[in-house]
Design a binder for this molecule. Structure first.
Ligand SMILES: [Zn+2]
Ligand SMILES: [Zn+2]
Length: 302
């Protein structure tokens, strides 16, 4: 009999970046969604991976290590790597620090426009998190002073209008975006050095033409992520069938991910749909040993 299909979701966030859930709650929700193999991919950090794996192990959910980096144009996922490598951990700390510098610039721009936000407020609301745009956005609503500023100055604005005004590309703090990011080759090499796959995240959201796929292939990425359940098959300038046939032609991998940030955010975990793992990807990932033991982070970093 043919092996049963394995359904994957290789893109999700926890409170260690801009997600809303603990790794334990996330593992439970992924298990309930019917996925067989999952990767937690917080931005610039593997913090929480061991908690996620321990919770998933108890539930009988298989996991692989994951992370999401950003360069100036793309988000790049690292999947199935050795999470205990000290140099890789340092790279994640550097990336996280760069994102903090970017957040400081954004906070500075917002303050110049009178919004009473500070890094201290961000740190107190998100003590464990890699701080990015969405943490700033949430602080605008968590914090009483910021909220009254919004009520006084943007009385008719919806939360999305507020995001547009403050943090989207055209907004007050939009122009500082991606000022400090790691370079693409540093990210890709860093992932490869620890045995992982470098996959361009949510590609249809980012690519403006199929030509970009050639550039990414040249840069050394191993494949592309698509998100069938969220955007449908056609979104923006490139569509899934074209990306999938491109990947096939060039021996690259296709992965599926929800980019889930918690149940109050618009994206749902994948469950079972178009997201069955290809035999090639299964062989590549499950043939690797990473993530298959239960050492803790403490044991790994001493
Ligand atoms: Zn992303
Ligand atoms: Zn993401």
């Amino acid at each position: 009999m043919e092996n049963p299909k394995k359904y994957i979701d290789f893109h999700m966030h926890t409170k260690y970046s801009d997600g809303m859930e603990s790794p334990e709650l996330l593992a439970m929700n992924v298990k309930l969604s019917g996925v067989d193999l999952a990767a937690k991919t917080d931005h610039d950090t593997i913090e929480g991976y061991w908690d996620f794996k321990a919770a998933a192990d108890k539930l009988g959910l298989a996991t692989i290590p994951g992370i999401e980096f950003s360069d100036k144009d793309y988000h790049i996922l690292g999947l199935g790597f050795n999470p205990k490598d000290y140099d890789f951990w340092k790279l994640t700390e550097r990336s996280k620090y760069y994102q903090r510098l970017t957040s400081e610039q954004r906070v500075h721009m917002l303050k110049r426009h009178g919004i009473p936000i500070t890094m201290e407020k961000l740190d107190s609301f998100f003590p464990d998190s890699r701080l990015g745009k969405h943490n700033i956005y949430r602080t605008l609503y968590h914090d009483e002073e910021c909220r009254s500023w919004i009520e006084q100055n943007l009385p008719d604005a919806t939360p999305d209008d507020v995001f547009e005004y403050t943090l989207r590309k055209s907004g007050i703090a939009g122009t500082v975006e991606h000022y400090y990011d790691l370079e693409r080759h540093v990210i890709i090499d860093g992932i490869h050095k620890v045995g992982g796959l470098a996959i361009v995240a949510h590609l249809p959201k980012q690519a403006k033409s199929m030509k970009e796929l050639d550039e990414l292939k040249e840069a050394g990425v191993d494949g592309f992520e698509v998100q069938p359940n969220f955007y449908g098959t056609n979104f923006g300038a490139v569509n899934y069938p074209d990306i999938e046939s491109y990947a096939k032609r060039h021996d690259m991998f296709i992965t599926y991910g929800s980019d889930y940030h918690g149940s109050i955010m618009p994206r749902s975990l994948l469950g079972r749909g178009m997201n069955a793992m290809s035999p090639e990807l299964e062989e590549r990932l499950l043939g690797s040993t990473y993530g298959n033991d239960s050492e803790t982070k403490e044991e790994c970093l001493v």
